[in-house]
Design a protein around this ligand. Structure first.
Ligand code: R5P
Length: 153
């Protein structure tokens, strides 16, 4: 699977480990930054780029990392078509695929050990969307709002 990834300084080491982890698992990882450790960098540009890439490549998934994952999730969700959830354990990671068909996950690198963060991302990637009608109906309602807001409907 093609996976777009981004982080700011707060989870830079986790991103490096995650890229290697995902590549070892056979995924194609596209890194949208940060490309070096800079304690003063800002997450929006990295996360917006990753989210746009996910939307531009249906079937791909995205991972944004930061200290809490909060701002990274907010940034990603500003891109039309991005559905980014902040996952904070295995269950929230699985549920956002199964119920929300999330195409991106945000993880707070300061909230977890490295092993926990990797496991959260693994759980997110492994879980399929359930396809249940009630979940699709709700996703469609959000998409309709987004389309209207953007003048597409
Ligand atoms: O929501 C934002 C993220 O958690 C950032 O990674 C965090 O705010 C960065 O904080 P600082 O610049 O204090 O390292």
């Amino acid at each position: 699977m093609r996976i777009h990834i981004a982080t700011d300084h707060a989870a830079y080491e986790i991103k490096e480990a995650l890229v290697a982890h995902l590549q070892d698992a056979g995924h194609e990882v596209i890194d949208h930054g940060a490309f070096s450790y800079d304690p003063d960098d800002d997450y929006p540009a990295f996360c917006l780029a990753a989210a746009q890439a996910v939307v531009d490549e249906p079937g791909s998934l995205g991972v944004v990392l930061g200290g809490s994952g909060n701002g990274e999730q907010m940034a990603a969700n500003l891109v039309d078509g991005a559905r980014c959830a902040l996952a904070w354990n295995l269950e929230t990671a699985r549920l956002t695929r199964a119920h929300n068909d999330a195409n991106m996950v945000s993880v707070g690198g300061r909230m977890h050990s490295l092993d926990e963060a990797l496991a959260i991302v693994d759980a997110f990637i492994a879980e399929p969307f359930s396809g249940a009608a009630r979940h699709q109906r709700r996703i469609d309602q959000l998409a309709a709002y987004e389309a209207a807001r953007c003048g597409r409907a």
